[in-house]
Design a protein around this ligand. Sequence first.
Ligand SMILES: [Zn+2]
Length: 237
Amino acid sequence: MDYQNRAGSKFGGGGVASQSATNADRRERLRRLALETIDLDKDPYFFKNHVGSFECRLCLTVHQNDGSYLAHTQGRKHQTNLARRAAREQKEGRDREGVLPGMGQTVQVRKNLVKIGRPGYKITKVRHPLTRQSGLLFQLLYPQINPGNEPKVRFMSAYEQRVEDPDKSYQYLVLAAEPYETVAFKLQAREIDRSEDKFWTWFDADNKEFWVQVLFKTERDERYSNVPGLAPFGARR
Ligand SMILES: [Zn+2]
């Protein structure tokens, strides 16, 4: 048996993978991650039919399993249809500003603040499978992004932005990619969990898709991160 090319060469070893092969691997890894975290019940277009296959009600396509459906939601056809629908709804004046389908009241997200040259996008409510932390997965489409560029992302407090009156109960997730308009999503001002597997971004250079996952710290973590030590129990007199 030849163990020479087993584990180890896979992660940054001597092997030279082509850029698109690397992207394919990452896509597959993200697809699996998405399967673990995306709640398909909250996807307004996801539909399980009476013969057990899955349908996309946006694109009217049929898929044999949920993984295939998820791969579809990341593909060009679905993203284009999402962008078209968003444009149509905006034109019809049914701007669902403030609340997105399936978002419930957990997090308020507002559409970007500029109207021309916006990227298409999809937002999915996610929950970490182990910690149960809630958060959002943003997928933005930048098909015309300047060659060699990658989108940039940052958080902005209510007082840093100049677009609306500051309200300290919100913060903004700001995304910039030339030549697109810079867009912002309005989020609750809860503390973002910055650990590596919780907050991450990824630019799929093949499909020109930018992914951002944001998870909020739990209320418990937020409380303890603000105090130097644990409050003593039973200190009441
Ligand atoms: Zn679709």
